[in-house]
Write a protein that binds this ligand. Structure first.
Ligand SMILES: NC(=O)c1ccc[n+]([C@@H]2O[C@H](COP(=O)([O-])OP(=O)(O)OC[C@H]3O[C@@H](n4cnc5c(N)ncnc54)[C@H](O)[C@@H]3O)[C@@H](O)[C@H]2O)c1
Length: 302
């Protein structure tokens, strides 16, 4: 889609991948509604990007649905209808099985999955109403494609974002709406995610499991931070890949080839779990096959 003059709305835009995407969109001439919970880097990002394009910055916690509705309204009043929505805000922390608690599940799922749901619910009805070509970009992770590597809280939130994105893209396309969906599944990107997530975890209040988890996460943070800095590609490079994918209307964006063996092994394990023949005869099998073929065509096209 044409990005010059488009209005974009980015969550978690103050730093890291969100800022990388904002910079790449600004270079294309898109207007930017930048949102985040961290006000100081948010105003620094807004000041930097105002040199390139029209910018509005908003404090927004993606978990707060009422605030989301207000900010969506104000952003459109100031910059025009949003046609590029980047549901990017997120956090990642390394919980151990013995330290899992409801507080941590809620934190991971409410931000990483709930934030994407709230973005879709705030903007999809607006996009459907105005009927312009639009694009929804959801930040998942390579951990949304591979269940080995990081813990179940982050992994389940990101698998859900991949599923939401694939399903929404297919439904919108099948219904003929001019709204596309792209899902980001990066491996390592060099950002402050380890430290910013640790601060969010440290601010949670709860029982002894949570306190044990907080101490464990605090201890691991410097090592994770160093690994992400060492192996990660720059956030600006990833932002450019995102903009290319939006322009080319691709479903997935990956940052590197590091997950190739794990993705291949997982896919092979799933394929080899299929019985060789359908265990029972299904009536109307022909129709089901036609639907499946349509789905395969849509996935191939992306
Ligand atoms: N960095 C990586 O290696 C990597 C890899 C895969 C996926 N991701 C995903 O990319 C996204 C961005 O992460 P990043 O690496 O840029 O991290 P980051 O910490 O640099 O940036 C995340 C931003 O989101 C904001 N944020 C956190 N909770 C929020 C909330 N409730 N409401 C609004 N804003 C909130 C933070 O303040 C921060 O500015 C996340 O969804 C993350 O899971 C990152």
């Amino acid at each position: 889609m044409e990005l010059s003059g488009a209005t974009s709305f980015i969550t978690g835009a103050a730093q890291g991948i969100g800022l990388g995407i904002a910079r790449a969109l600004a270079r294309q001439g898109a207007k930017l509604a930048l949102t985040d919970i961290d006000d100081t880097p948010l105003s620094e990002a807004a000041a930097e990007l105002a040199e390139l394009t029209e910018v509005a910055a908003f404090h927004l916690d993606v978990r707060d649905r009422a605030a989301y509705a207000r900010v969506a309204e104000e952003a459109e009043e100031r910059l025009g209808p949003v046609t590029v929505l980047c549901n990017n805000a997120g956090l990642a922390f390394p919980e151990q099985p013995q330290d899992m608690s409801y507080e941590l599940w809620d934190l991971a799922l409410d931000i990483n999955l709930g934030g994407v749901v709230n973005g879709v619910q705030s903007f999809l009805p607006r996009m459907l109403r105005h009927g312009r070509p639009a694009h929804i970009v959801n930040t998942a992770s390579a951990a949304g494609l591979i269940g080995a590597g990081v813990g179940p809280m982050y992994t389940s939130s990101k698998f859900a974002v991949v599923g939401l994105s694939e399903s929404l893209r297919h439904q919108l396309e099948a219904a003929g709406h001019p709204i596309r969906v792209t899902v980001l599944c990066p491996g390592a990107v060099a950002t402050n995610i380890a430290r910013s997530s640790q601060s969010l975890v440290a601010a949670q209040e709860g029982g002894p499991e949570l306190r044990r988890a907080q101490a464990g996460i605090e201890q691991l943070t410097p090592r994770i931070d160093a690994a992400v800095a060492h192996f990660g590609i720059p956030a600006d490079t990833f932002g450019e890949l995102v903009v290319e994918a939006v322009k080319a209307d691709r479903l997935y964006v990956l940052s590197d080839r590091a997950g190739i063996d794990l993705i291949t092994a997982r896919t092979q394990a799933i394929l080899s779990a299929m019985p060789e023949h359908h265990p029972v005869e299904v009536e109307g099998e022909g129709e089901g096959e036609a639907d499946l073929e349509e789905l395969r065509r849509a996935v191939r096209k992306s």
